[in-house]
Design a binder for this molecule. Structure first.
Ligand code: PSV
Ligand code: MN
Ligand code: MN
Length: 387
């Protein structure tokens, strides 16, 4: 098996984008719990994201959500983030909290409402121009609840037309990423339910359009790593929204529910050229921390991704390919599992220290006093806004 020291250099550039909304209060549809120290402003969310980066070296970008993170001066916000050592990342649009969108936004039959949704995305691109963000991420809450309620085919056509209008405004250094989700909030059909639909839509747009794969947006039992392999093969994997789930779109800490799945995904990412300096795949978290403290929740998350990345990089690909070519079913499986079962935590701790980072970022954060400070200073934190 490949040793840790043989792969450690490849860990240096790892970047995981954190979502601004992870720092706000969130909950279930039954209750949003308040928590001490919750950010009151966009700047405070950015300060918390920068803290995650300071303790881990893994999170150099924070992703924003419009309008949750709307400010008057995005140029100033960008400079504020840069002063804290991070950048502003993906801009997420929102067409799911306005009464006008009850029956659809980019797919709506009413041209006025479609145009309103398109205009929102154009405004998001204006924001990107100021923040220096590369990606516009579109997740659509549209669909129908009852058979016959809408013309699924017509909605697909209107979606294509609306997306083409938005895509026209995407700059040369920018990208559009389209996220899919198989159910919720619509329950009979959603307009972008799966990677195939997202692929068909973005392929029609052009080279600057990609698929976003949210790990929580599949039916139970879906082989997500196969989708990763296929999208990388097609050159259309734009980004990940990492999280983990037991049942539905649980938005729990990535790698918490099923570390083996995260490992399998990272193996296909590495195999398909999606990892490293030559890859444009964005690795983002899309999570909520409903009952746990938010900053340690984010630190735990990026560490989980780092750990499974290290294990995936340590997979002995030459031996695996030989076993596969020889039809050695159990031998190949053993090589694969050997990499998964390799405990890299002590090696990673020592490596972090070499990089000038805390060996144990969770403990270092707990001992830093930051949590106590924000709990004392911030009174009346805001809700993350949607659940
Ligand atoms: C809703 O399912 C969702 O979690 C999507 O995955 C988006 O990425 C996110 O909200 C923010 O809009
Ligand atoms: Mn998502
Ligand atoms: Mn989701």
């Amino acid at each position: 098996m490949t040793t840790f020291s043989a792969i450690s250099a490849q860990l240096a550039g790892q970047a995981i984008e954190v979502p601004s909304w992870a720092y706000g209060n969130s909950g279930t549809r039954f209750k949003v719990f308040g928590s001490a120290g919750t950010p009151r402003t966009v700047e405070e969310k950015i300060a918390d994201a920068a803290t995650v980066n300071r303790f881990t070296g893994l999170a150099p970008l924070v992703s924003l959500h419009i309008p949750w993170d709307l400010v008057d001066d995005f140029g100033a916000l960008r400079r504020y983030a840069e002063d804290l050592g991070i950048g502003l990342g993906t801009i997420n649009s929102n067409t799911f909290q306005d009464d006008d969108y009850k029956l659809g936004a980019l797919t709506h039959t009413d041209k006025r409402i479609r145009q309103k949704a398109i205009d929102h995305h154009l405004a998001c691109i204006d924001v990107m121009d100021q923040t220096g963000s590369r990606d516009l991420k579109i997740w659509l809450a549209e669909g129908t609840n009852y058979p016959g309620q809408g013309d699924m085919r017509g909605r697909q056509d209107r979606l294509a037309e609306s997306l083409a209008t938005i895509y026209d405004r995407i700059g040369d250094d920018q990208r559009l990423v389209l996220e899919y989700k198989f159910f919720e909030p619509a329950f009979y059909h959603t307009d972008v339910p799966d990677w195939g639909t997202s692929y068909v839509q973005v392929a029609a747009l052009g080279e600057k359009a990609f698929v976003c794969l949210d790990t929580g947006h599949h039916a139970p039992g879906t082989n997500i790593e196969f989708i990763v392999a296929q999208l990388l093969r097609l050159g259309k994997l734009g980004s990940f929204d990492f999280n983990s789930r037991f049942y539905a779109d649980d938005d729990l800490i990535v790698g918490a529910a099923d570390p083996f799945q995260l490992f399998r995904i990272m193996v296909e990412v590495v195999r398909g050229g999606g990892y490293g300096p030559d890859s444009d795949v964005a690795f983002m978290l899309d999570q909520c921390h409903n009952i746990e403290k938010k900053i340690p929740g984010q630190i735990r998350s990026v560490l989980n991704v780092q750990e499974m990345t290290a294990r995936a990089l340590m997979l002995d690909n030459a031996a695996l390919q030989q076993a596969q070519d020889e039809g050695d079913v159990l031998g190949a499986n053993e090589i694969f599992m050997d990499a998964f079962y390799t405990d890299v935590r002590a090696d990673l701790a020592a490596w972090r220290e070499e990089q000038g980072l805390p060996a144990n970022p969770m403990r270092a954060y707990a001992e830093s006093g930051y949590q106590e400070q924000i709990e004392a200073e911030r009174v009346g934190g805001t809700q993350a806004s949607w659940n």
